[in-house]
Design a binder for this molecule. Structure first.
Ligand SMILES: Nc1ncnc2c1ncn2[C@@H]1O[C@H](COP(=O)(O)OP(=O)(O)O)[C@@H](O)[C@H]1O
Ligand SMILES: [Mg+2]
Length: 290
């Protein structure tokens, strides 16, 4: 809820939850990306040989510098590459054991994966209420849609207060809540979030973080793309680090938090224990920008 009196501390969560849900087997994770190759416009390499798994019930973080390929990976999973002159040139993507490689976006939403796109895109001219409705297109049933919308208003009370507002008049944080709410309208089993904290004030980032935890506790598996590595590592079970279109590192989030390379590149902590800005580290040691 907005303005909850308790904000969970920015420490790691217990990783006692099983990596896979009771109905899945270890060989059949909710999301399985294998040896994925993506190219933009025939020439530009987007991803090379990316393999990643998300087990049912997990929060998995995907970290990486600007231009590393995080958005590209989400686009590949949700079928949106085609709208960006991109294509999958190798590898497979499976959702709940079903091959969704190159499937159409609406098919993938029906299969249970919904994405909150980078830049919290909402329809600014449309009301909050209508924005939420657009996320429910696959549901068909009007009554079910209205019921689901009420659940979103419970999750995000500020959206209920502003249900008749044009979305363009919402604050950045409220627009992000609306974007998340819209994605949740299809009751996805997997929610993919692309940098939900980007450009938001620290207090709002804390709220968004709490919402992600709440959504997860309600039974949604989460793949969280973030440049805010501290935030992402604080709530995820495992994490992957993308670098230049390849997975450079993966492991339990608690371990990555203690890794000197991750600390230097993504957490703004140098090995001597002093603090450097992310920008300093990036310009000094990394050339992975676009
Ligand atoms: N539509 C596009 N056409 C060509 N190249 C693109 C396009 N979108 C992204 N890229 C390139 O693909 C690489 C990965 O970008 P992206 O997935 O957006 O990275 P991230 O989300 O990690 O910042 C970058 O080099 C970027 O310039
Ligand atoms: Mg991106």
């Amino acid at each position: 809820m907005v303005g909850r009196e308790t904000t969970r501390p920015m420490v790691g969560r217990e990783t006692t939850r099983p990596m896979v849900g009771p109905d899945a087997t270890a060989a059949d994770p909710l999301l399985a990306v294998a040896d994925l190759e993506v190219v933009y416009g025939r020439q530009i390499r987007g991803l090379r040989g990316v393999s990643l798994e998300v087990g049912s019930g997990e929060i998995v973080a995907l970290l990486g510098a600007n231009g590393a390929g995080k958005t590209t990976l989400l686009r590949a999973i949700t079928g949106l590459l085609r709208f960006h002159d991109g294509a999958i040139t190798g590898g497979r993507i499976r959702l709940s054991g079903r091959d969704i490689t190159d499937a159409a976006p609406n098919v993938i939403v029906r299969a249970g994966a919904a994405q909150v796109m980078e830049g919290r895109r909402v329809f600014g001219e449309m009301t909050v209420e209508d924005n939420l409705a657009t996320g429910a297109i696959v549901r068909g049933d009007r009554r079910a849609m209205a019921a689901r919308r009420e659940e979103m208003y419970e999750l995000f009370p500020v959206l209920a207060e502003r249900r008749a507002w044009q979305a363009g008049y919402l604050s950045g944080g409220e627009q992000q809540m609306l974007a998340i709410g819209r994605a949740l309208m299809s009751s996805p089993s997997l929610l993919l979030l692309d940098e939900p904290s980007l450009g938001l004030a620290p207090l709002i980032v804390e709220q968004i973080r709490d919402f992600i935890i709440e959504v997860h506790d309600d039974g949604t598996t989460v793949l969280l793309v973030e440049q805010n590595a501290a935030m992402a590592l604080s709530i995820s079970d495992r994490a992957y680090v993308l670098q230049n279109g390849s997975i450079a590192m993966t492991g339990p989030s608690a371990r990555l938090r203690d890794d000197p390379t991750v600390q230097a590149l993504y957490l703004g902590i140098d090995t001597e224990g002093g603090r450097r800005s992310y920008r300093d580290v990036r310009s000094g040691t990394s050339g992975t920008g676009s």
